[in-house]
Design a protein around this ligand. Sequence first.
Ligand code: NAI
Ligand code: MG
Length: 352
Amino acid sequence: MGLRIALIPGDGIGAEVTAAAVRVADAALAPDGLRAEWTSFDWGTDHYLAHGRTIPEGGLDALRSFDAILLGAVGDPRVSDTITLSELVFTIRRTFDQYLNLRPARLWLGVPSPLKSSDTKNIDLLIVRENTEGEYANVGGRFHAGTPDETALQTNVFTRKGCERVIRAAFELARGRRKQLTSITKSNAQAFSMTLWDDVFRGVALKYSDVATESLLVDAAATELVRRPWRFDTIVASNLFGDILSDLSAAIVGGLGVTPSGNINPERTAPSMFEPVHGSAPDIAGKGIANPIASILSMAMLLDHVGQSAGARRIELAVGTTLAESRVQTPDLGGISTTEEMTSAVVAALAR
Ligand code: NAI
Ligand code: MG
């Protein structure tokens, strides 16, 4: 049976980088005689402005039958992010129980890092972020609105089950890498929720004696990610900390233009969703200069997930060659090339 992939290009540069990823995937699957079937959904801000919602009624059911989803990005200055992001991105992550958010950060040859010390070191780390509860559980309220007594409550939700499944998955992933797992919390100040996380981490670790472990407080971890990022292999963290630290990791390996991610439902009870870490970048949207690499690498993660590892390896190799040669570089990498030129360079590298 062929691959059936859903595309949600979304807003801003989302459509530009998604189209690039599809072009590269078609070229990467061809040597295996495979053709993916792409189905595009025009959800996002324009849909919201026309119909009052970012996803039509029944939209999520339509997504369920696909093997995987590739998302561009959503977010548009015309509509509040609390509507677009939460109606579309967060709803899909929660409804499809994509509790594992994988955010690899790897310093590719030819990509400049802002860290001087990175010259001789190899940065290659994987952030495993809890993706359905924690600080983003969306529990709370605001009352006495508009008065001097206005009060807001935002509650963190940490469950043993929720901690356990993401931590176990992180150990499994660490096993397939350099067998080193760092757990990041702030237990000295979050004495209930994050001590539960720490307890669960210690418990799960007993079953993975082949993996070296450490626990760091998030502020120390932020310092270490700048001072000595190469010391990290796999990192597991809560929703909020994982979100922030993965942007920091993206910055040290050359920015949002090159960092992919996956929202994974490991039990495969619903499709997983892959997307660049970056947003819709309204400042450069429509100019044709967005770096497509983050979306192309997200596509490689998608292909891995649906059992097309050969195609995924080909894409990574072609991206590696293109970046290392440094002949074609979008402005975020210091060059003057367009999205189209960068995509064509990757497709050409695939053909070699
Ligand atoms: P952003 O990631 O869209 O942009 C940050 C900066 O990085 C901008 O200067 C942008 O031009 C640059 N940039 C991002 N991707 C790039 C690429 N592929 N090539 C070259 N440069 C790139 O973050 P920002 O500006 O904070 O958010 C813009 C909108 O995107 C907001 O509405 C935000 O809520 C939304 N957003 C959506 C996400 C999603 O759909 N999952 C994730 C993050 C933000
Ligand atoms: Mg983020």
